[in-house]
Design a protein around this ligand. Structure first.
Ligand SMILES: C[S@@+](CC[C@H](N)C(=O)[O-])C[C@H]1O[C@@H](n2cnc3c(N)ncnc32)[C@H](O)[C@@H]1O
Length: 349
């Protein structure tokens, strides 16, 4: 998937083909405004207001406590983008995309993930400094309490949209009883796996600031002491020796530098029982030799800006698994999240 000019009628499609449209204007002014329109509509509750019945801009504004004329303009952008549709009476209703992705209670809801964009807005605004100096932000060291909460809720909301495929694709060893989720935040992947594998129990290791904000999110799942948090820094924490049947490292490696990543993988391999599986779930890195796509390049830039390293190639992840004594499997590409997947490895018996 990529962002780019899409002609809305024949004339515009021809203009795009002939490179006549001012593409950089669309990709800067257009994407900035569209992002804020979706963020503000989510934050002010426009989608929730339209969940049960179609409303005029005036009715929407009075439910959301917003200005009527400004809300009418916002609704027009949402209509043009396919999140609401207008009826002849001037009332707006939600499309299937808005119901699936933006209502708080949808199983695929990215509502809380979209709210996390308000935190990222400031980080992304500091890209120029990174490009000039090469010095990344250290987001885990600078976030306020409120930002930590938006971060953890945002990650949980994305995990909800992915969990079904993660459960289907994760090669849980037969009879597995113990799982460690390193950098596991909300713990929802472990929750989903434990619901499918009756004998499985999980520990979720994350930084103390994360655990404080993620604990109420995990508690809502009602798995009690089957899925528990443990506060610690993955770069230093003891994982144990031959303790776990399954170890998941999901979206953590891109926050670590190469030496730290290799060390975490090495210690995770030591903490696996024989026959156990190490699952590394990540964004695919842009390949040094081939074209991996715009989403991969953007993800790599984002993680390089916000942490230490950026995305690692799945070839490197597999090589580090091998170096740690594991037998890597072929990478798995997710369907529900193009650009992300799993690099798994088994500890020989
Ligand atoms: C992008 S989130 C991914 C959360 C979850 N694993 C998922 O895939 O949805 C990265 C998580 O790693 C945690 N993290 C970052 N650095 C860490 C470290 N050094 N030790 C443990 N956790 C860390 C963050 O607090 C955050 O919860």
């Amino acid at each position: 998937m990529r962002i780019g000019p899409i002609g809305e009628n024949l004339l515009e499609r021809v203009a795009v083909l002939l490179r006549l449209g001012p593409r950089p204007l669309l990709e800067t002014h257009g994407t900035l405004l569209l992002a804020q329109a979706l963020m503000v509509a989510t934050k002010t509750g426009v989608f929730e207001a339209l969940a049960d019945s179609a409303l005029t801009p005036g009715q929407t504004a009075s439910l959301c406590g917003t200005d009527e004329r400004a809300t009418a303009r916002l609704l027009r952008v949402l209509e043009a983008t396919g999140y609401v549709r207008a009826a002849t009476g001037g009332e707006y209703s939600l499309t299937a995309d808005a119901r699936r992705w933006l209502l708080k209670d949808s199983s695929h809801s990215l509502h809380d993930n979209v709210l996390f964009r308000f935190v990222e807005w400031d980080w992304i605004g500091r890209l120029e400094g990174f490009v000039r100096s090469g010095r990344p932000l250290d987001i885990h060291a600078e976030m306020t309490g409120h930002q930590w909460e938006l971060y953890q809720r945002g990650m949980r909301s994305l995990a909800g949209a992915l969990a079904r495929e993660v459960v289907l694709r994760t090669p849980v060893p037969r009879g597995a009883r113990t799982m460690l989720d390193i950098g596991g935040s909300h713990g929802f992947f472990a929750v989903a796996l434990c619901r499918c594998h009756r004998g499985l129990r999980a520990q979720i290791l994350d930084l103390p600031e994360a655990v404080t904000r993620a604990a109420p999110i995990l508690a809502r799942e009602g798995l009690g002491d089957r899925v528990v948090h443990r506060a610690g820094d993955a770069r230093m924490a003891e994982f144990g020796i031959e303790t776990f049947d399954l170890i998941l490292i999901s979206n953590l490696i891109h926050h670590l530098d190469q030496a730290e990543s290799r060390d975490v993988i090495w210690r995770a391999a030591g903490a696996l029982r024989r026959g156990g599986v190490l699952v590394i779930q990540e964004f695919f890195a842009p390949s040094a030799t081939g074209y991996a796509g715009q989403a991969a390049a953007l993800a790599d830039l984002y993680f390089a800006l916000t942490s230490e390293s950026g995305t690692q190639s799945f070839e490197d992840l597999a090589a580090w698994q091998k170096e740690a004594g594991l037998a890597p499997r072929k990478p798995i590409r997710f369907l529900s999240f193009p650009g992300a997947g799993q690099q798994n490895a088994v500890k020989p018996r």
